[in-house]
Design a binder for this molecule. Structure first.
Ligand code: FRU
Length: 518
């Protein structure tokens, strides 16, 4: 695919050639890798989740959307709603860029409910004639019909001294009578940071200064910071760019992780925290955003993709999807992530299997598909020479499979996509691993969510998660269990997931003329 020029990339839908969007949408719809229950763009490129909020009995979730290609171009916010975090309704275009303060994209931001209305704070991306970037922090308010109206002027117009034009992704919360937001920043010395602002009303913001962490030089830019408190602790999510790989960690082009510590001191901006830990151990995870649900639960959604990489659907009119929503908790000084409870409503009729395998591989003939949940409990392992490996292969075909394995001797869990199908950025490796802590456990539970072109694996009740896109042939539908060099008990359940959980077609009024609402 020839790369688009900037002129082509920074067009609004209304500036597309006649039939261009429809043609792209038709191409996307016929892709063999369209997801069945993950939020994906009808057409074009999806990236960060934005504006995630619970309001009037519904979750609102937006995503960064470039409609006219699979490069990163003119970014819109596309809007969906849900009551259970499993079934999603299309709410059409949320924010359209192209104004004076977002002429080159409505970049990432967050949502908060104030005076009964959802307020969205986001970065307006502007490029001048010399193609220099000017970020503005903007505000939009949603009315009762779901229509968003942007404030005419940005609420933060300046980048304070000491920072470059990489200054974006406001994440807002309320504490006491004040609103606070963190913004991802790059210092003039080309190191990443998160800065803090305070406001009485979401309109007038005071620059407080930088968050004081113990990572003064940690990558060249921090994107998408998110701060919240959970179970009495402070949690800062950040996406540092420019970290070197370290053992099993930081293997992806850019990282996404968290710092866990004492609650942030809003007066001094001191944040006392432990080591940076990755949120996800897979290949494709970035720019997560959290919100608080109606029961006070902390929910997270991520982008199942990364910037600056190529993916096999790039020449099929669409790219990327969001992760399933996860619910966060803290245990043993670590974040735990479990699939959001509402997802169980997607389960179809279950199949189950209990077996003991000894140095063998067994196909599970009854259970197969391209969209399902699999729960695997491994126990009572005995290793032949201290090196047993146990696990499951899914999307198994004649030549293909994706393999998830556990080595009790070392505590190592590995996801291998070297034979998954169409290669995805093999220069960044084809396996991802982590070592579970502590490793002397007696059993291990794995919850595996397979969709047409992705897998998410929750290890040991949310201790670790592996997220990956995979691009197998549609005929690779098999599941196999294996025990290498040892024996173990396998207790497995399988639930097919239905179609219909996500909207399937781009609303006609958008295709027709790029209208924001019908
Ligand atoms: C992260 C990011 C954000 C930015 C947005 C633009 O993926 O680069 O920092 O706001 O994407 O789409």
């Amino acid at each position: 695919m020839p790369k688009m020029t900037n002129q082509q990339k920074y067009r609004l839908i209304g500036q597309a050639e006649p039939g261009e969007l429809r043609q792209l949408a038709e191409q996307a719809a016929s892709s063999i890798w369209r997801q069945q229950y993950h939020i994906q763009p009808h057409v074009g490129l999806l990236n960060d989740p934005n504006g995630f909020a619970y309001h009037n009995g519904e979750y609102h979730l937006f995503y960064q959307w470039f409609p006219l290609g699979t490069d990163h171009g003119m970014k819109y916010w596309y809007h969906l709603t849900s009551r259970d975090l499993a079934h999603w309704q299309d709410a059409g275009i949320g924010l359209e860029p192209g104004g004076r303060y977002d002429s080159h994209g409505a970049y990432s931001g967050s949502g908060i409910v104030k005076d009964g209305q959802l307020h969205l704070m986001y970065t307006g991306n502007v490029r001048d004639e010399a193609w220099t970037r000017h970020p503005y922090q903007c505000l939009a308010i949603m009315d009762d019909n779901g229509t968003l109206t942007k404030r005419e002027l940005p609420v933060i117009t300046e980048v304070p001294q000491g920072y470059t034009e990489h200054y974006r992704d406001p994440k807002v919360w309320k504490n006491g009578d004040s609103y606070w937001c963190v913004i991802g920043a790059q210092r003039e010395g080309l190191t990443g940071a998160a800065v803090l602002y305070r406001s009485p009303d979401l309109l007038h913001w005071e620059f407080e200064g930088e968050l004081k962490t113990s990572l003064p030089s940690f990558g060249y830019m921090w994107e998408c910071p998110d701060y919240f408190e959970l179970e009495g602790m402070g949690v800062l999510l950040l996406c540092p760019q420019g970290l070197e790989p370290e053992g099993d960690e930081r293997q992806n082009i850019y990282s996404s992780g968290y710092l866990l510590g004492s609650p942030l001191d809003l007066g001094t901006r001191e944040f006392q925290h432990g080591a940076f830990a990755e949120l996800d151990r897979g290949f494709d995870f970035y720019a997560p955003q959290t919100t608080e649900g109606p029961q006070g639960q902390r929910l997270l959604v991520g982008w199942m993709g990364l910037p600056d990489l190529e993916y096999p659907t790039d020449n099929q009119g669409w790219a990327h999807c969001l992760t399933l929503p996860r619910e966060l908790s803290i245990q043993g000084g670590q974040l735990r992530q479990r699939p959001a409870a509402g997802l169980e409503s997607l389960r179809g009729e279950s199949l189950s299997l209990t077996t003991r395998l000894s140095s063998e591989r067994q196909r599970w003939a009854e259970a197969q598909g391209t969209a399902y949940e699999l729960r695997l409990n491994l126990s009572s392992w005995q290793e032949a020479h201290g090196t047993g490996t146990f696990g499951v292969e899914f999307r198994v075909g004649e030549q293909e499979h994706t393999r998830l394995s556990y080595e009790p001797g070392t505590g190592r869990v590995t996801l291998d996509r070297s034979l998954s199908g169409a290669p995805v950025n093999p220069a960044y490796g084809t396996t991802r691993s982590c070592v579970l802590n502590p490793s002397n456990r007696q059993q291990l539970e794995l919850r595996v969510f397979v969709d047409v072109s992705s897998v998410e694996i929750f290890v040991g009740d949310g201790e670790e998660v592996f997220t990956a896109r995979i691009f197998p042939d549609p005929s690779s539908t098999g599941i196999a269990l294996f025990a290498d060099q040892g024996s173990a008990d396998f207790d497995v359940s399988f639930w097919p997931y239905p179609t219909g959980a996500i909207p399937r077609e781009l609303p006609e009024h958008i295709i027709e003329d790029g209208k924001v609402k019908s």
